[in-house]
Design a protein around this ligand. Structure first.
Ligand code: G3H
Ligand code: ZN
Length: 276
């Protein structure tokens, strides 16, 4: 059983419709509630994603149920996505649990190894109708912005070979984007244009928190259908919780929720997903 909207179809719709779908990271109930509220208010499809570290923090079954129940309770057109899955076993567990979409991130591996593990996940996912995302090129920082390995921009011809050999549904590219919203983060739009002409597969930009509105709009014109946002959600939530003067956890957490809902609504408007 997969959750809700069929990401493959939604990506194709977004690509032909000239808009993108926001993919927002969560690790708890409140952020999940806030993302769903924003999507509900703007009648927008939304991807709610969780990383291996968020799964470790919340528990796989727990975070899956939180997202599933919120999407259902708030009647949102949503999908739950595993973000930056690196371990075959965890990706398989998520597919078995009912994730409608997974990322197998082999970008830190040698090219052939990335192809091999990605192909294994594509074959497994196909048995469950699950959408697969993978990454070619290397986005330099990990979630939260820790430097883990040197970045390497995506080579268009390598990307073409990768997509043909693996059969993935959406490709994460490295075109100047970085996790952790570093100052002055800019997309190499010329390279993105080259990749978009060479690879027909929908594209996703990781590390979108630090991007300018203009870069995001230009990237959508070049076939990007998914933007990942984590850092700005963390900042919005934490700053509002810290600013709260209440000693009632419900009020404190509501301050964080309201800040995240506002942020996600802004992004949904920017991506052009409202009303879709
Ligand atoms: O996978 C999650 C996103 O790529 C995080 O990007 O640090 O710019 O929010 P961000
Ligand atoms: Zn990412």
């Amino acid at each position: 059983m997969n959750i809700f909207f069929n990401s493959k179809k939604e990506y194709q719709k977004a690509k032909s419709g000239g808009y993108a779908i926001g993919a927002f990271n969560t690790s708890n109930l409140e952020i999940t509630q806030a993302i769903c509220k924003a999507a509900r208010e703007l009648k927008a499809p939304v991807i709610i994603q969780t990383t291996p570290s968020a799964i470790e923090y919340a528990g796989l079954g727990q975070i899956f149920d939180i997202v599933k129940n919120e999407i259902e309770n708030q009647k949102v057109s949503g999908a739950i996505h595993l973000d930056h899955g690196k371990d075959f076993g965890l990706v398989k567990k998520c597919i078995d649990m009912g994730f409608g979409s997974v990322m197998i991130d082999g970008s830190y591996l040698e090219h052939e190894e990335n192809i091999h593990i990605t192909k294994r996940i594509v074959n497994l996912a196909a048995e469950h109708g699950v959408c697969v995302e993978a990454e070619i090129g290397r986005i330099s920082k990990e979630e939260g912005g820790e430097l883990s390995h040197k970045g390497a921009k995506t080579d268009p011809m390598e990307a073409k070979e990768f997509v043909e050999k693996t059969g993935i549904d959406i490709l994460a590219v490295s075109v100047g984007n970085e996790h952790g919203a570093p100052k002055g983060e800019r997309l190499d739009l010329e390279l993105l244009k080259e990749i978009s002409k060479t690879v027909n597969t929908p594209l996703v930009i990781h590390g979108s928190s630090g991007l300018s509105r203009n870069d995001i709009k230009e990237a959508i014109k070049l076939g990007v259908v998914k933007f990942n946002i984590d850092t700005n959600i963390r900042h919005a939530f934490s700053e509002s919780v810290e600013d709260s003067s209440s000693d009632d956890p419900r009020e404190v957490m509501t301050a964080g929720k309201d800040a995240v809902t506002k942020l996600v609504m802004d992004y949904i408007e920017l991506f052009g997903t409202a009303g879709k």
